[in-house]
Design a protein around this ligand. Structure first.
Ligand code: C5P
Length: 227
């Protein structure tokens, strides 16, 4: 079964405070956009990549990707993450019925074995995500008040790429849009339909780069030769 990837890179990256979209920031001289596209391409089963970028950065993204990951399709994203994923889905070839991966450009160091594992799990089960156990105890809060403690043994942090058979993702997204629901990841849209989503083991290297501290961590990872 063929596997295509949607690389979402259209966020404004406001928590990074860099004044420009996060995917265009560089770690050791290479943008997160290019690094994450290369990480996907390193996985043998990944065929075409659709990169979704801010509308005003289409040409810049095409230039960056053509120079180092040729063959990517580049399209404009939307206001919410799910609008950007939808733009990527709309750019998939007509009649494609394989596996669709959705990956955050903000996770440029995802190992190829995680990509392969999640794609294989989606081929078998319809929907799969990489996840890692939580190390912190997680509290439910209202303002400054602690309302309760969640059972850490039952919690996991979701990473990307999340992987779906095309029909599963299209159906789940169709319903989320029809019901005017905002989802924070694709899995959430599939869970709403009551369909199974299975976990594969994620990776600490696939940390989402959100703040300036995360960028420093990423620079060190590359300098230490662990990227
Ligand atoms: O904002 P957050 O860190 O959750 O974004 C995760 C990924 O989704 C990032 O790679 C970001 O570029 C992408 N995104 C997008 N379109 C949006 C919002 C986020 O492509 N409107």
């Amino acid at each position: 079964m063929e596997t295509l990837a949607i690389l979402v890179a259209a966020g404004r990256g406001e928590r990074m405070g860099a004044g420009r979209p996060k995917a265009f920031l560089a770690v050791a001289g290479q943008t997160l956009l290019v690094r994450s596209a290369r990480a996907l391409r390193a996985a043998p089963s990944v065929g075409a990549i659709v990169a979704v970028v801010p509308a005003d950065a289409l040409e810049e993204a095409r230039g960056l990707l053509d120079a180092s990951v040729p063959g990517c399709v580049v399209v404009a994203g939307g206001g919410r993450r799910q609008d950007s994923v939808k733009a990527g889905l709309d750019a998939m070839p007509e009649g494609f019925e394989g596996v669709v991966l959705v990956h955050d450009a903000a996770r440029p160091f995802v190992p190829a074995d995680v990509v392969e594992a999640v794609a294989a799990a989606a081929r078998e089960h319809g929907a799969a995500i990489p996840a890692v156990p939580l190390t912190d105890t997680v509290k439910e809060v209202q303002g400054a008040r602690v309302m309760g403690t969640l059972d850490r043994g039952r919690l996991a942090a979701a990473q990307t790429p999340q992987a779906f058979r095309r029909d599963v993702l299209s159906r789940a997204y169709g319903r989320a849009f029809a019901d005017s629901i905002t989802v924070t990841d694709e899995s959430m849209a599939v869970e709403r339909l009551g369909l199974p989503v299975v976990c594969v083991e994620g990776s600490a290297r696939s940390r989402k780069l959100t703040t300036p501290d995360d960028l420093e961590w990423a620079e060190r990872l590359v300098q230490d030769g662990n990227a």
